[in-house]
Design a protein around this ligand. Structure first.
Ligand SMILES: [Zn+2]
Length: 271
């Protein structure tokens, strides 16, 4: 394991994959999912005093200090789960993500808990792009603030990042679900890959809130099988703890629990 990612506290677990393809600076992707408004450390079952915004922020800072080319992504459901969300309506989570310097995030179903208009208003306060390629929004403000993809330049590389989100039916109130049309994620992913390849991206990353539950027709494994050009899927929704990525073809599928108990670190050597 590289010194750069040997962090000093036990409550965070890191997934690590070294992809050796030649010489050069590694690209380090840090990722969270389903942090669910967990601002403070918490104890639950066997986990005692884990997570918390301050601890996460310090760990992220440490990874950045030791690696010049880092990215920080979230795969959705950063909203809902503690009284912080009920009292501050999700603005606090966005402010803290701004402070941590997220590079991009996608939408989870819980982002919609207070409706499309409220979500659009608070995403306007985000310093990071929010990407989702498989929703069509009835709310014009939300359609304006959420982009299908973003291209990030880091260490001389072009990293194409697009989002896929879950079908909202059954997850939010019907009147809220009606404001969002769910589009086939495979078709949208294929379109995104084509677009990002045309724009000369070196790496294609999908931020997915579909989950890895294979009983669901749309899941990260299925996306990786049907759209093999995707290099990395940063997943969420199913709260999976993957100390190592799952590999499908060349696609690395990553996900890291929930409530900010830990975050993932994926190191790509010599892109
Ligand atoms: Zn979810």
């Amino acid at each position: 394991m590289k010194n750069g990612i040997r962090l000093l506290f036990s409550s965070l677990i890191f997934s690590l994959l070294l992809v050796m393809t030649g010489n050069g600076q590694p690209l380090v992707i840090m990722h969270t999912n389903d942090t669910h408004s967990q601002i403070d450390p918490y104890s639950y079952k066997g986990d005692v005093n884990v997570g918390g915004f301050l601890r996460r922020e310090a760990a992220i800072r440490e990874v950045r200090a030791q690696n010049p080319n880092t990215l920080l992504f979230d795969a959705g459901d950063f909203s809902q789960g503690t009284p912080y969300f009920n009292v501050f309506k999700g603005y606090m989570e966005v402010r803290l993500m701004n402070a941590m310097g997220y590079d991009a995030a996608t939408l989870g179903n819980h982002e919609f808990d207070n409706g499309s208009a409220a979500l659009a208003a608070r995403l306007k306060t985000a310093d990071f792009p929010v990407v989702c390629a498989n929703y069509k929004f009835a709310n014009k403000k939300l359609a304006k603030v959420v982009k299908p993809y973003v291209i990030i330049e880091r260490g001389g590389h072009r990293i194409g990042v697009f989002g896929l989100a879950v079908n909202l039916d059954g997850y939010v109130a019907p009147q809220i679900a009606r404001e969002v049309t769910y589009l086939d994620p495979v078709a949208c992913a294929r379109q995104m890959v084509k677009e990002l390849q045309n724009q000369n991206c070196d790496l294609i990353v999908c931020l997915s809130h579909l989950g890895v539950n294979t009983n669901m027709p749309d899941n990260d494994f299925e996306i990786a099988r049907q759209v093999p050009e995707i290099d990395v899927i940063i997943g969420g929704h199913s709260h999976e703890e993957m100390p190592q990525p799952n590999i499908v073809g060349k696609t690395r599928i990553c996900q890291m629990t929930n409530k900010g108990k830990c975050f993932g670190v994926l190191t790509i050597e010599d892109l």
